[in-house]
Design a protein around this ligand. Sequence first.
Ligand SMILES: CC(C)(COP(=O)(O)OP(=O)(O)OC[C@H]1O[C@@H](n2cnc3c(N)ncnc32)[C@H](O)[C@@H]1OP(=O)(O)O)[C@@H](O)C(=O)NCCC(=O)NCCS
Length: 169
Amino acid sequence: MCVGQTAPNRASWPGTLECVAWTVVEVSAAQTYPLRQELLREDRTDLDLHIPDDDTPGAFHLAVKDDADRIVGVATVVPATPEFPAAIPAWRLRQMAVTPRQQGAGIGTALLGAALSRVRALGGATLWAEARDSSLGFYLAHGMQPVPGRHHRVAGVAYSDVVLSLAKP
Ligand SMILES: CC(C)(COP(=O)(O)OP(=O)(O)OC[C@H]1O[C@@H](n2cnc3c(N)ncnc32)[C@H](O)[C@@H]1OP(=O)(O)O)[C@@H](O)C(=O)NCCC(=O)NCCS
């Protein structure tokens, strides 16, 4: 799977205009661990980087690589039926993280687009996620809808479920 794109890194704007080129590829779960640690576990080194869903049959892991072959964004996609009403088969987007220096340049969008393409090709009817409230705007900007009443907090981090129906109109 390949998505190529070039975009200014708006995070650095109005400093030096830095352009990045990237490719979306499928990787192993272990290759996503460094960004899971940096963005999603932060300074907690006691937390497992592996999640049980990594072992779910059908789960796949996507990474964005830059032109120096460095992984700058990751996401995991797992077949999973949510606890709220949704069309099935449903898939869950998990553990999405983009390296801080490259955030705001469209890498998350490329990951989400690649995840959606794959899930659609697999016949998925729903893509959902438990979004950190700090990143909720990203999911809403891509047409995902908040699920009423589905909010929770884990270890001080607030989450809201979001969902996108893939059913054809
Ligand atoms: C959330 C995240 C994956 C988005 O990746 P990204 O590469 O920065 O996103 P993009 O550049 O593709 O952003 C696309 C749009 O989403 C919006 N967006 C991105 N991050 C956002 C955020 N944290 N809050 C609100 N809106 C956001 C932007 O407005 C952007 O729209 P624009 O192009 O009109 O400016 C990334 O910021 C990240 O890794 N955050 C920290 C870890 C995290 O919270 N992961 C998600 C766990 S649920």
